[in-house]
Ligand binder design. Structure first.
Ligand SMILES: [Zn+2]
Length: 425
């Protein structure tokens, strides 16, 4: 054991250990995460399992489901065992399953995880009619067992199924509906096209939102999201954000008459639909593949945006990558790193925090060494970019309020920066 390790162990007892050696990626990364060649994934068996008496039925036969094994532990306890697509992996144990019974009864269900501990508060999705959409969501009360990392809850069951899921269920087939109901598409200025396909041949959709003509010079705002399947609050933040950018406000109109927005709101449709914890169907963390580009999803965005470098009328200007974690957290590029325009994130985040004094935000600057989307924007175009992390447990109203206000603040900053740049030239 060398001195640094020994020092770290000692220091860990007091505080977290700051390593002064070369930056090797985020602290929560499993080893070898930046090797992004295909890794085997363990497919879950899709099936309906009936146990106990009167019968309780549990199914994972739907898009976004994950429940690898189901069994009765005893007369009063049903265990749903949940495993990741492969390991090692971060602790983001996604689960989603349908459950119903032959007659009205209560059941106690325990969530047990391979390679992880309980993290997400289970949401109950139900429908008011067998033909209506799944949408109403209630959070269930969970008894967390820290020794075993399990979460247990009680639920009233009936012959009409309900869905229990880690976060609200937003899968790839729902994307167009999610966009349409917010007016992000079908508005006369959003172009939707399939930019490429995922590993399992699902479309990767690209939105181009602008009212600028092709032959007119314009800056470009790039938005990517949902690289990590369970990060639903980040996905919803990106939709509220786009909703504000496509709204009828004077600011949004001016923005669209000046800027081109290129958005890829669901970059990992396979992972989302397969109910995976983090990776794509190649078994890889997409947000560590922005240097190697071994996966079709990252290749698609690169190939869609790279030609902007050669286009005299388009100037890449700023990039946002939406995620979720256990807090509201911005990862800007280090202030000392010179970007053009410079320190957009620092100025933007300061205004977001000022506008929402009641909400907690944290800011953690990073250098540009790790192979993530934000750093690809910087290394390729010399621009500033941010990893925008939304709290897993943020309330619906707060999520909409912050996302829309953040969009307004950013539009103002970017419009000013672009004006300044054209004055300087
Ligand atoms: Zn993420």
């Amino acid at each position: 054991m060398n001195k640094i390790v020994l020092f770290c162990i000692t220091a860990l007892l007091l505080a977290s250990c700051k390593n002064t050696e070369e930056f090797t990626g985020f602290s929560y990364d499993p080893p070898d995460v930046t090797n992004t060649t295909d890794k085997e994934i363990d497919p879950q068996h899709r099936r309906v399992v009936g146990i106990d008496s009167p019968r309780v039925w549990i199914s994972n036969e739907f898009e976004g489901a994950r429940a690898n094994d189901i069994y009765a532990l005893n007369d009063s306890l049903i265990e749903v065992f949940v495993a990741p697509e492969n390991a090692p992996i971060n602790n983001s144990p996604w689960f989603a399953f349908k459950v119903w019974s032959d007659t009205i009864r209560t059941a106690t269900i325990r969530l047990n995880y391979a390679d992880a501990t309980h993290r997400y508060i289970p949401k109950l999705l139900y429908r008011t009619h067998p033909d209506s959409l799944w949408k109403q969501e209630l959070e269930l009360d969970v008894r967390y067992d820290s020794a075993n990392g399990t979460g247990t809850f009680d639920i009233m069951l009936a012959p009409d199924p309900v869905i229990i899921s880690a976060q609200p269920l937003h899968t790839s087939s729902g994307l167009m509906g999610d966009l349409a109901k917010r007016g992000i598409i079908d508005n006369g200025f959003t172009d939707v096209k399939e930019a490429g396909k995922s590993k399992k041949r699902r479309p990767i959709w690209e939105l181009e939102i602008t009212e600028v003509e092709d032959q007119v010079e314009a800056p470009v705002l790039a938005i990517v999201g949902r690289q990590h399947p369970p990060e639903v609050t980040g996905y919803l933040a990106s939709l509220h954000f786009l909703e504000e950018l496509t709204s009828g406000s004077e600011l949004a109109k001016e923005f669209r008459q000046t800027f081109v927005i290129k958005a890829f709101p669901m970059l990992n449709p396979d992972g989302v639909d397969l109910g995976q914890w983090r990776h794509n169907a190649g078994g890889v963390d997409l947000n560590r593949d922005w240097n190697n580009f071994n996966q079709p999803e990252t290749q698609t965005v690169r190939d869609a945006l790279f030609p902007i470098k050669e286009n005299d009328n388009r100037h890449m200007f700023y990039g946002i990558d939406f995620h979720s974690t256990d807090e509201n957290l911005f990862y800007p590029i280090n202030e000392e790193v010179k970007t053009s325009p410079d320190n957009v994130t620092q100025r933007w985040v300061e205004q977001i925090i000022e506008s929402h004094p009641e909400i907690e935000f944290r800011v953690e600057e990073f250098d540009t060494s790790s192979p993530i989307a934000k750093n690809w924007f910087f290394h390729t175009f010399g621009i500033d970019a941010v990893t925008y992390e939304v709290n897993d447990q943020i309330g619906e109203d707060e999520l909409e309020e912050v996302s829309r206000s953040a969009a307004k603040l950013l539009m103002e900053i970017l419009l000013e920066d672009w004006e300044q740049k054209t004055l300087d030239n």
